[in-house]
Design a binder for this molecule. Sequence first.
Ligand SMILES: NC(=O)c1ccc[n+]([C@@H]2O[C@H](COP(=O)([O-])OP(=O)(O)OC[C@H]3O[C@@H](n4cnc5c(N)ncnc54)[C@H](O)[C@@H]3O)[C@@H](O)[C@H]2O)c1
Length: 474
Amino acid sequence: MSELKEPPVTAVMTGAGLRGREVYGEYALKHPDKLKFIAVAEPDTERRRAFQQAHNIPDNLAFASWETLFAPENDRLADAAFICTRDNLHYRPALAALESGYHLVLEKPISPSLDECRDIAATAEKHRRNIQVCHVLRFTGFWRKIKELVDSDWIGRVIHYDHSENVSYWHFGHSYVRGSYGTEASSSPFILAKSCHDLDLMYWIIGDKPLSVQSMGDLSHYRPENAPLGAPDRCTNGCPEAEKCPWYAPRMYLAGEPLLRIGLHARSPLTRLLAYLSLNHRKTLGILSRFSSSLRAILNWNRFPATVITTDLSREGRMKALREGPYGRCIYKSGNDVLDHQITTYKFPDGTTGTLTLHGVSELEGREIRIFGTKGVIRGYFRYNGEQITVTDFRFAKSRVVYRAGLSMGGHGGGDFGLMESFVKVMRGQKSPHEAGADIDNALEAHYMAFAAEAARTGRREVPLNEYRKGRSF
Ligand SMILES: NC(=O)c1ccc[n+]([C@@H]2O[C@H](COP(=O)([O-])OP(=O)(O)OC[C@H]3O[C@@H](n4cnc5c(N)ncnc54)[C@H](O)[C@@H]3O)[C@@H](O)[C@H]2O)c1
């Protein structure tokens, strides 16, 4: 039977927020032949209704919380449950959904608690359910190419793997200072929240589990003592440094400057021109955009990250959110405690070393990778403004570009939808969960790496990873 003739995989959505609605919900709307949401649990009335309307979900299948959706007395409604609630609300809905017999798509990180991660894995094993943890980067063309190059022995044996996750100053300020990832209590340690993705890549590409880890890091910049003299608690209260401060909230959330500035670094001259016009000649661009959908798309770049702070995107709506909500706070006085830089080194059984550099003071958002082998080197960058991989063979010492992709303003460079395509194949029995990276043991390894790194940093010692794998037999 051809793939197109199969009925869509059915699913229920828990948490119709940014990821639930705008990523996986969007995938189902674009690919109704592959995925169909038939129920939703979401306490925010506006979000729940929006999801209901988009997916034609009747009132009796729209719930205010996961507790009702996964209540033991209710029958299983679909093949899979998507758990897209915040980090500290994955555990209970995930367990309840597994107990009800659903396969899971579970947002990363699995949980901020190692015991809870293990519990979820054990429950999935007990009920023989798959869990696709959303380590979406494995499903991008860029990281698949890197994996293919390493596996093909092109650079020989890997001696050192060097990965940087450069979080831009504005994204860090938005999410990890003012926003919901700003404190460990509200989300997870920085390395788990931001980089279990990256650790998953390191484990997958090197193809082995690390032996031990060392780590150091700090919260150095986004602290009260670094606030300019006379800075009020909120940007909207007449800050004397408004013109100079890159994190001045009205600039970030009214004009949409951060994303437009990415366009200024794009490879395509046309995109650079449009971003320039949008920043400096908005009115002209507005008139021209009547004749071009790409121009309209560029103008819409000013919606994120404002969409996170309010649903009323008018100037007044945004200003109200800045005056009253967390996103208008001075960047130095936001009550945050997650680190703003951390460096972590892993040692692998064959002596290979791997480093992860993670920080929140980059001009551009994105990842950089260098893999040093015995026969050559792979270098790559994976950023919003473009992607590129070059390889150098020691015998010729000349670099060659082997992969290139243009501007990608979201979707994790194709990984979000790539993960969905893979998930549908697993559910249809066309791919094994292991082959798809949809087995929980695979996803757990990155979590062990992150928890162990935190223990190494806080305990100032080298931590053996086996300590973290103990407690459950794999
Ligand atoms: N895979 C990735 O690349 C990636 C990227 C960003 C975020 N994430 C992760 O995705 C998850 C969701 O992040 P987000 O940005 O979409 O958050 P969000 O806050 O936008 O969405 C979470 C939703 O859960 C809802 N919710 C709260 N309590 C609920 C309950 N009792 N029952 C049902 N729903 C409930 C909230 O109302 C909200 O709409 C987080 O764990 C985050 O770390 C993953």
